[in-house]
Design a protein. Structure first.
Length: 281
């Protein structure tokens, strides 16, 4: 999937290689293969990968996927390359008279490359739902398991130092969001409705009131992750208002009204019959 032209387009500040040297493409080859396997297993799955691979080079999804792979491969390769950094860009040392860049500068370069990769991952996750069949792959099901199917939440919540990249932080947050959304579904919104909202959200297909509900639920999730103890009462009040809205519009939220969760807010009326145990006069 990756060609030398792709690398030049994605990493434009590469100093031209000297004639007779191995090209950067050749030096990156094993890392590109590793990055391709990672991207295929993590984001696309085999079938969707093949569909994207067959698209033209001008296709946005294909271009973004290529950028993810190249940035990831280069970040993997840098520790094993003697990198030089100049005002004009970066290059690979092949002359014993040129000293490689310091560890600090190399680390900053890796961080910068990985940050670019994470921007690409975010954009890839915006594009992938447009590929037929992606949402039902195991990879698509992972990202559509919450109302945050892209890396957007990593820009909302400050990243602790222990997470090297936004992608690492997203995976941690994803686990928390899955647990939070299950609790919100069971007690307030219903598993049926929240599942439908996730797919509509990732496809950009939610109607006005349903989109408002999605945004309200996402705001509650962020509050619960930021301050799980302090915000409990505020979130309960917000969720109660959300349920009130859902109850007012049965035609807009039919999944909720036919769910077991709805029964929590509409207990059966007790009929006073002589046959019943505990009959009251």
């Amino acid at each position: 999937m990756i060609t030398p032209a792709n690398i030049s387009a994605t990493l434009p500040n590469i100093i031209q290689e000297v004639e007779g040297e191995k090209s950067l493409y050749e030096k990156l080859q094993p890392y590109l293969e590793e990055a391709e396997r990672w991207a295929r297993n993590t984001f696309t799955g085999e079938t969707v990968w093949q569909l994207i691979e067959q698209r033209s080079d001008s296709d946005t999804t294909k271009q973004v996927l290529q950028q993810v792979i190249i940035h990831d491969a280069f970040a993997r390769a840098i520790p094993n390359l003697d990198v030089i950094l100049t005002p004009n860009g970066f290059g690979i040392v092949s002359n014993t008279n040129i000293a490689p860049a310091s560890k600090e500068r190399v680390d900053r370069l890796i961080d910068s490359i990985l940050d670019n990769r994470d921007d690409d991952i975010h954009q890839l996750l915006v594009e992938l739902p447009k590929v037929e069949g992606w949402t039902v792959t195991s990879q698509g099901e992972y990202f559509t398991a919450t109302l945050f199917p892209t890396l957007s939440i990593t820009k909302i919540l400050p990243r602790p130092d222990k997470y090297k990249t936004r992608w690492d932080y997203y995976q941690f947050l994803h686990e928390k969001m899955v647990v939070i959304e299950k609790a919100l579904a069971d007690k307030y919104v219903s598993p049926e409705l929240i599942s439908a909202l996730r797919i509509e959200h990732v496809n950009g297909a939610a109607a006005y009131l349903r989109n408002n509900l999605i945004n309200s639920l996402k705001a509650v999730e962020v509050m619960l992750i930021k301050n799980p103890e302090e915000k409990q009462e505020v979130c309960h009040q917000e969720l109660t208002m959300i349920v009130d809205t859902i109850r007012k519009y049965p035609a807009v939220f039919p999944e909720w009204h036919s769910s077991a969760t709805a029964q929590l807010y509409d207990p059966p009326i007790f009929e006073n019959k002589k046959k019943s145990n505990g009959y009251w006069f």
